[in-house]
Ligand binder design. Sequence first.
Ligand SMILES: *[C@@H]1O[C@H](CO)[C@@H](O)[C@H](O)[C@H]1NC(C)=O
Ligand SMILES: *[C@@H]1O[C@H](CO)[C@@H](O)[C@H](O)[C@H]1NC(C)=O
Ligand SMILES: *[C@@H]1O[C@H](CO)[C@@H](O)[C@H](O)[C@H]1NC(C)=O
Ligand SMILES: *[C@@H]1O[C@H](CO)[C@@H](O)[C@H](O)[C@H]1NC(C)=O
Length: 337
Amino acid sequence: MKKIELILFFIGIFSEISSSQNVRPLPKPLINIHCGQKSFVRHVNLVPNTRPNQNIPATCTYRIHAISGFICQMRLDFQEFSLLPPEPTPFPRCISESMTVGNVTLCGVNNGQHIYVPINPLRGERFLDVTINTQQQLNNFNPRSTWKISVHQFECPLGQARKGNAAVQAPQRQAKLGLFSDWVAPLGCLQYFNQPNGTVESFNLNNGVGPYIGDMNYAICFRRLRENTSIRFIPMIFRLGYAFTTANNTGYDDACYSVTPTIGRAEDFIFIPNAIADGSTTLPAVRASRFCGESVLSQTITSSPPGGPFMIYFNSDQLYEVPDKEEIGFRFQYEIA
Ligand SMILES: *[C@@H]1O[C@H](CO)[C@@H](O)[C@H](O)[C@H]1NC(C)=O
Ligand SMILES: *[C@@H]1O[C@H](CO)[C@@H](O)[C@H](O)[C@H]1NC(C)=O
Ligand SMILES: *[C@@H]1O[C@H](CO)[C@@H](O)[C@H](O)[C@H]1NC(C)=O
Ligand SMILES: *[C@@H]1O[C@H](CO)[C@@H](O)[C@H](O)[C@H]1NC(C)=O
């Protein structure tokens, strides 16, 4: 085959795979590594220790090497993730215990959550360090703090390939990419949901106890297939701090984020572009994009962006005013339509 034919052939494979609603599940990693160890495989579990009574250092670092120059993302799945919660003063931050990877720091309870971290080995970023700081030593094996994090590495599709002719140079690699292409997140997404329906929630929601971590601003993305036009959210839990209330607005748009920057005014919200909240017995339907307070409890939100991936943003500020303006978080069921 000529180069161009080979490229078209692989493009054909991609479009076939990514137009299907069925997502191939990720394999369960067969290898566990513990604090201080390095990984050189595509799928690996990070665990505190691999032997009973093994000492856990206060700072536990795992070094995950990209398995090839073509890797562009790593996905961390928190099978178990239970660290101390964020300290509330002056706003919820991960101080006593934390997990840091790239510029993301998390703590509290995050079982079942995941994050994506970008990497570019061809620009010299050959590994990612995952660092977990705990008080294990102080507490003498405090059984409360535990984790099991699965890390998966993905190559990016042709359009995002680090080298223009990657497909031609490494056909077998591209075949592998086809296997996991449904798991590659759009650029810049901290979280990516590739199923047609499911649940999305804030970090350290902790079954409705919270609080969410302050000073975060990140994108949550959902897989959009060719015929999909909208995404629907059904809030199960929704309490995002303070809403500046006016007669007709209890937590939409300017109530969540003032047009003029105002020191000391809360700015915790979720941004859902081009959205309609369908109203409730006490509230009229509204068209809005920012939601805060308890505004969308017992409503359904439908977002119909004209194109591009389905994407919402979470924003938390550097204020904390409990108990009257609770910062608990959100849990949405979502459905792609
Ligand atoms: C991480 O850094 C990038 C730029 O390097 C920035 O855009 C992003 O907001 C940061 N993420 C967080 C969670 O701070
Ligand atoms: C998605 O929808 C299907 C069919 O309605 C349902 O059986 C399944 O439980 C849903 N999955 C999630 C994660 O909500
Ligand atoms: C609130 O809504 C009512 C009726 O929809 C309207 O008459 C009134 O002007 C609104 N008030 C404000 C402050 O926007
Ligand atoms: C989303 O798009 C895919 C393929 O384009 C289609 O098979 C699926 O039915 C769509 N989902 C809905 C709920 O319309």
